[in-house]
Write a protein that binds this ligand. Structure first.
Ligand code: DPX
Ligand code: MG
Length: 569
């Protein structure tokens, strides 16, 4: 194992900063513009290099790692690599994850000598990649001289950590090994910005006052709660208990408020809500929205947008009807409000009267043909305090959202970006950081075809991830939004494909289930396979999709089809 360098190069500097902010694995695809940089990163004893099959997967693996670790790094080569990695970077932007995208770039002499270069557009302006990166990151820097590297690297990383967004760092191939100064204290990069005391005080007082004037308050939890860090999730539980009101959760925030808590009233997703959460949200006269994101998808094509004024507590500010407070950190705000707010459990009393009775789920007999419901029933039985469930875009969203999370179980969904294929590389990246968790992926056939190669990294790193592949022969969610022949896809032998990734030394298992009994046996085999991934291909009827997907699809299709509104008409 090598030790920290005494003389620093740009590559050493970057490596040390990545390690200091808590990155233990960095995801890479090599190319001649980044090879020296990769050597430097490899030389840092606190970093483990993780090779990926392609740059799309590399960026999505880093996206998943950031979910588990709080921050991640993805290192690629110029253009041919970076342009593919922009997709996972876009996901990190939409999902509020600090992913550090690092790209090698041409030798610093080439632009001024008007040289044409490989992996470029065939023009001599090499600034285009930086310009593109600016649109999908919160801070994009290109190192042009070695002595600027410390300042630019620190700036980009600090911005990403503060904004919970990706950043971009471009390092020319001839500068990774060039000397620069050693890093100063890491606190200059990582120290958080705390709330403005006066703004925090005023915001909490304003919120207490507003809520005390209302009769039916409800808390709505959104996906930015977890991204805010700062103990915001724990603070929310304290606040909810101090208020005593109903707490509903958006689908992308599932699991961010404990589902076994007596104030949890379900997933608020308009007409496809669980446990009638929509009836209580729409009954409220005050809605405290904590890190929420209202999109066409989360509001079911805008049909479920609450129509009362919203109080929005965001990661770094709060906005109420009639007031705005900047530089108020979410965790601090929630904790402070918990000490001043008045108890009012009217929405819980009403909810307990409205609450639907638990649905009795029929257990299939072993010879029964496999159905979506039976798959969900068997996955439900697998969930425990150590599980993290990944649900892919498609009917897996709807099936996954309806499962009940036991205490400690975690849920990952990429609802803002919605890139099919995300779950395979993201679960891989996540698993490297949390090898102790039981990771289950629910993914459709179409999605799996996008990023299937990354199963081979699960094999390489002996990760016992269970992939439940629901084969309904096509893009069913698209069928429900708008059907056409383009929603049919070529069927694969998925179980065999996964075994092919074993090469001569892997432990992946590929199994198929067409009946309830076969699924039960396959799950047992997956639990016994502790040295590699297990893929279970579950074949179901093409028309076997959730009622929720169909309903949601109709509303989203209607929203998509709104005719253009002409100015002034
Ligand atoms: C597309 C989607 O098989 O799931 O349950 O059958 O729908 P379901 P599959 O994985 O199919 C997914 C498919 C094609 N969305 O129905 S959700 C459009 C799309 C996207 N991301 C990317 N390209 C296209 N979401 C990268
Ligand atoms: Mg499908």
């Amino acid at each position: 194992m090598s030790s920290l360098p005494t003389k620093y190069t740009v590559g050493d500097y970057l490596a040390e900063r990545l390690a200091q902010i808590g990155i233990r694995h960095h995801f890479v695809v090599p190319g001649d513009y980044n090879l020296v940089l990769l050597d430097k990163l490899q030389a840092n004893p606190n970093l483990t290099e993780v090779g990926c099959a392609n740059e799309l997967n590399c960026s999505l693996a880093a996206e998943g790692y950031a979910r588990a670790n709080g921050v991640s790094a993805c290192v690629v080569t110029f253009s041919v690599g970076a342009l593919s990695a922009f997709n996972g970077t876009g996901s990190a932007y939409a999902e509020n994850l600090p992913l550090i995208l690092i790209s090698g770039s041409p030798n610093t002499n080439d632009a001024s000598q008007f040289h044409l270069l490989h992996h470029t557009l065939g023009t001599t302006d090499y600034s285009y990649q930086l310009e593109m990166a600016k649109k999908i990151t919160c801070c994009a820097v290109a190192v042009a001289r070695a002595h600027e590297a410390p300042r630019l690297i620190d700036r980009a990383i600090r911005h990403a950590l503060l904004a919970r967004k990706p950043c971009y760092i471009e390092i020319p191939t001839n500068l990774s090994g060039a000397e620069c100064v050693r890093p100063g204290p890491i606190s200059a990069v990582t120290d958080p910005v705390t709330s403005d005391k006066a703004a925090l005080e005023a915001a909490a007082n304003c919120a207490s006052e507003y809520l005390s004037g209302k009769l039916k308050p409800v808390i709505l939890v959104g996906p930015k709660l977890r991204r805010a860090g700062d103990g915001a999730e724990q603070a929310l539980i304290k606040l909810a208990e101090a208020m005593g009101c109903a707490v509903a959760v958006q689908p992308a925030a599932k699991g961010m408020f404990p589902e076994d808590h007596k104030q949890f009233v379900g997933i608020f997703w308009g007409t496809v809500s669980t446990d009638a959460a929509d009836s209580i949200v729409h009954w409220a006269d005050a809605l405290l929205c904590v890190g929420t994101a209202f999109t066409d998808y989360s509001t079911v094509g805008w049909t479920a947008m609450p129509d009362i004024p919203l109080m929005a507590a965001e990661m770094d500010h709060v906005t109420f009807p009639g007031a705005h407070f900047s530089r108020v950190r979410l965790g601090e705000f929630l904790s402070h409000l918990a000490t001043t707010v008045k108890f009012n459990n009217s929405t819980m009393i009403e909810y307990n009267r409205l609450k639907p009775d638990p649905v009795l789920v029929r257990t299939a007999t072993p010879s029964d043909e496999l159905t979506r419901k039976e798959i969900s029933r068997q996955i439900q039985a697998l969930l425990d305090s150590k599980t993290t469930l990944f649900v892919e875009t498609g009917d897996s969203w709807f099936n996954g959202v309806q499962l009940k999370l036991p205490p400690g179980a975690l849920f990952e969904i990429e609802m803002a970006w919605g890139h099919i294929g995300w779950s395979i590389p993201a679960a891989f990246g996540y698993a490297l950081r949390h090898p102790d968790r039981k990771i289950i992926v629910m993914v459709g056939d179409g999605s799996f075809q996008v990023t299937a190669q990354e199963v081979s990294q699960m094999v390489r790193f002996n990760l016992p991830i269970t992939i439940v592949l629901i084969n309904n022969r096509g893009y069913t969610i698209e069928v429900e939004i708008h059907d056409g022949s383009y929603n049919k896809i070529k069927n694969w032998n998925y179980a065999l494909l996964v075994q092919a990734f074993n090469g001569e030394d892997g432990n992946a298992k590929g199994l198929t289930a067409k009946t309830a009994g076969e699924l039960r046996d396959a799950i047992k085999a997956a639990e016994e396979n502790t040295k590699g991934p297990t893929l279970i291909e579950c074949s179901i009827d093409q028309d076997d999709c959730s009622r929720e997907l169909i309903t949601w699809g109709h509303f989203v299709a209607a929203a998509n089809a709104r005719p253009p509104r002409l100015p002034g008409v």
